[in-house]
Design a protein around this ligand. Structure first.
Ligand code: ZL4
Ligand code: CA
Ligand code: ZN
Length: 390
């Protein structure tokens, strides 16, 4: 069994509750909480749990979730049962709160939501209390939830709840979102404050890709009296972006944002649907490139809250999040890229049994992001940052 030295500089904490994992969104629904089981198996097989403080996440309380969500909505979430969706007296609320195919009502829904949200709130509090430098909750990252609306597989916005905790201790927090979808719920929640800078990289196609928001020019309400103006940065991308261009773009954009905004803490949403071969995604990233964004974010040495998000090809989601855990505990150079014999469900990782299979070659999508287009994005971000003072 591999020994990993505890990192000298950083204390890393892991926040999870295994009771999240068995929840089931329903037949053929793309969101599979079981991917968290697979992630944990990899992390443990590599021995990374020895390099972190492990915490059993509590369920977030109703009051904690009411920091962001409306009580009407939480009441509904708390009492609704799977059969109720077809009951006439619930029909109005089902529509009003946007439940349906994307956001089904399944067994244990409220406990699922409160557990993943509790993990993120706990993680944020550990950072605030200075009991951790990097806090991880792979079950969180559900960036589409609105204050009174479910959306895109997300019911409770744990990212907003965690960020609100960080804002109690830090004047400015930066939010970074590498999920292939636009982080609309987080952007909207902090739309009118200059205390959070949101940055989302995503596939953008107004009419054909969910949620259809996040155009380059959507930078926050432009009124001069709104402090939140210019505090939403959107990096809309086309199909097939490759490792090299994504990493270069990420470093330029995030480097510039950090320099200008100088936040006291960072929240990083690591949606793994930006990997190549994702069931819902359309980018061409390999596990190492996705991880390079995490590694770059870590170089700033700030309190860092790391959450999961999308990711619909479970074997690759778990590869990415295990690799990223190794980066955060500074063990990425120590672990063997061949997946250990001891890992449970090892058959899922065949035939290569590698942490880094060539995802970009397996379902080759043309890179529709020209060099000129990407340069234009970087230029536009620099222009936007001129409105922001650190
Ligand atoms: C499914 O097979 O684009 C849901 C959703 C359920 C099972 C059986 C029902 C079949 C793909 C998706 C009918 C499903 C119709 N089942 C779903 C406009 C849409 C309306 C709903 O990664 N239909 C909506 C949401 C996106 C839309 C993406 C990403 C979350 C995150 C963070 C959310 N919604 C069209 C789709 C299936 C399903 C198959 C599906 N839904 C794919 N993309 C969407 O950013 C966690
Ligand atoms: Ca995103
Ligand atoms: Zn996504």
């Amino acid at each position: 069994n591999l020994q990993i030295a505890r990192p000298k500089g950083y204390r890393v904490s892991w926040h999870a509750n295994p009771a999240v994992e068995p929840h089931h969104f329903g037949q053929s629904h793309p969101m599979k909480p079981w991917r968290l089981t697979l992630t944990k198996q990899l992390v443990m097989a590599y021995g990374m749990h020895h390099a972190m403080d492990l915490y059993l996440a509590r369920a977030a309380t109703y009051e904690e979730m009411a920091d962001f969500h409306e009580r009407d909505y939480l009441d509904f979430l708390q009492q609704i049962m799977p059969g109720d969706i077809d009951k006439p007296d619930q029909a109005d609320n089902v529509v009003r709160f946007n439940f349906g195919d994307d956001c089904p009502i399944f067994d244990g829904l409220y406990s699922y939501c409160s557990l993943y949200a509790g993990g993120t709130v706990d993680a944020a509090r550990k950072l605030c209390n200075n009991q951790s430098d990097i806090a991880i909750n792979w079950s969180g990252g559900l960036h589409h939830a609105k204050k009174a609306e479910a959306s895109g597989f997300c019911y409770v916005n744990d990212i907003v709840l965690g960020t609100l905790q960080l804002l109690r201790h830090h004047p400015r927090v930066m939010y970074i979102d590498i999920d292939v979808h636009h982080g609309d719920g987080v952007e909207q929640a902090f739309w009118s404050t200059d205390r959070v800078l949101t940055v989302s990289f995503h596939k953008y196609d107004k009419d054909n890709f969910f949620p259809g928001t996040g155009a380059r020019e959507d930078t926050g309400p432009a009124h001069p009296l709104n402090p939140g103006a210019h505090h939403a940065i959107n990096v809309p991308l086309n199909d097939g972006i490759d490792d090299e261009s994504y990493i270069a773009l990420f470093k330029e954009v995030i480097g510039a944002c950090m320099k200008t905004y100088q936040p006291g803490a960072i929240v990083l949403q690591c949606g793994a649907d930006s990997l190549g071969c994702d069931r819902l995604g359309c980018f061409n990233l390999n596990v190492r490139a996705h991880g390079a964004c995490v590694a770059y974010t870590k170089t700033f040495g700030m309190p860092l809250l790391v959450v999961g998000g999308g990711g619909y090809t479970p074997r690759n989601v778990s590869r990415a999040w295990a690799h990223e855990t190794s980066i955060l505990v500074e063990a990425d150079n120590v672990i063997d890229p061949t997946i250990p014999d001891s890992v449970a469900f090892r058959n899922h990782f065949g035939p290569d049994f590698s942490l880094f299979p060539p995802l970009s070659e397996m379902r080759k999508l043309d890179n529709k992001n020209t060099r000129a287009y990407l340069e234009g994005l970087v230029e536009a971000v620099h222009e936007q940052l001129r409105y922001i003072k650190g």
